[in-house]
Design a protein around this ligand. Structure first.
Ligand code: MN
Ligand code: MN
Length: 301
């Protein structure tokens, strides 16, 4: 357990906080590059680079009550050479995350999870659905994550969206998609899943996508959960990832999406950074996105 390191300016105590950050240091199903269990602390460390003042919103993070609750009760942190014991499964990690999210939502606060791998989004979405009974989900991701199972696991990072649409809600939209099996693309079409491929974002531009997305969400969605799989970004902007995929979104495109979606979001996560595959840029970008999420969400309330 880290325990000493907290996200910069998360100076509020828990009871006064409107936003509660927590870490989820687990990467047990990661298939290509492991390391996202090290991301929560890498993001926290990177967060100290930034000023508290946000000139775009004319708002100061020092004036916004937010709290860092530490990590969910997942027993593997820190050293890069610590392997996850075989008897600790992704389902254990999901249960720990679910407990954290349920408590935060019950206390009327907005949870912000620092992953960890993408499988940990499932308990966040489930907890949000249980709390609000009515939920839209937007996932920013290079990958569909629509597999029924992957490497024998139904709760793999490659199955996140499938679990969400089958077990929780089909009010689901993904943005930035550019990788999946033929079956995943067929499933998306046959289920009528709304998705905006990375090529579509590139061709039409973010303002067009945002306008279409807003119309779509206004119709169906009163509460929104936002999940940012960092591999939605082009590896040029975010090289330290579990499964990098070229021809992705720019940092500014993702920023625009966060600024637009944060105001209506009741929860947020940022997953799949694998520190160690760059010199810290991806964790810096992740930390900045968390700060922009909080500023954007607050500016509108
Ligand atoms: Mn994903
Ligand atoms: Mn992905």
């Amino acid at each position: 357990m880290g325990g000493e390191l907290f996200f910069a300016d998360a100076d509020s105590n828990y009871s006064d906080a409107d936003f509660v950050i927590f870490g989820a240091p687990f990467d047990g199903t990661s298939s290509f590059r492991k390391g996202s269990r090290l991301a929560p602390d890498a993001i926290r460390e990177a967060s100290y680079n930034f000023e508290t003042y946000n000139p775009y919103f004319d708002i100061d993070l020092a004036d916004i009550p937010f709290h860092d609750a530490g990590d969910a009760d997942i027993p593997f942190h820190g050293a890069e050479d610590v392997d996850i014991p075989g008897n600790y499964t992704v389902e254990h990690a999901q249960a720990a995350v679910g407990e954290m999210v349920t408590t935060i939502l019950r206390d009327g606060k907005i949870p912000i999870m620092l992953g960890g791998e993408h499988s940990l989004t499932v308990p966040c979405v489930r907890g949000s659905m249980n709390h609000f009974n009515d939920l839209g989900v937007v996932v920013l991701d290079a990958h569909f994550d629509l597999r029924q199972e992957y490497e024998g696991q139904v709760n793999s990072h490659a199955c996140v969206s499938r679990r969400i649409i089958e077990d929780i809600t089909d009010n689901y939209t993904s943005i930035g998609i550019r990788s999946g099996t033929r079956d995943e693309y067929s499933l998306a079409r046959s289920r009528g899943i709304t998705y905006y491929p990375a090529d579509f974002v590139e061709d039409k531009g973010i303002p067009h996508v945002l306008a279409e997305l807003s119309r779509h969400l206004d119709l169906d969605t009163s509460h929104l959960y936002l999940s940012l799989d960092m591999d939605v970004l082009d590896p040029v902007y975010a090289p330290a990832l579990g499964t990098p995929e070229p021809f992705g979104l720019t940092d500014r495109q993702v920023l625009s999406l966060i600024r637009r979606l944060a105001p209506r979001s009741i929860g947020f996560d940022l997953v799949e950074i694998a520190p160690g595959f760059d010199s810290g840029n991806t964790a810096l970008l992740g930390a900045k996105f968390v700060r922009e999420f909080i500023a954007s969400a607050r500016a509108s309330r």
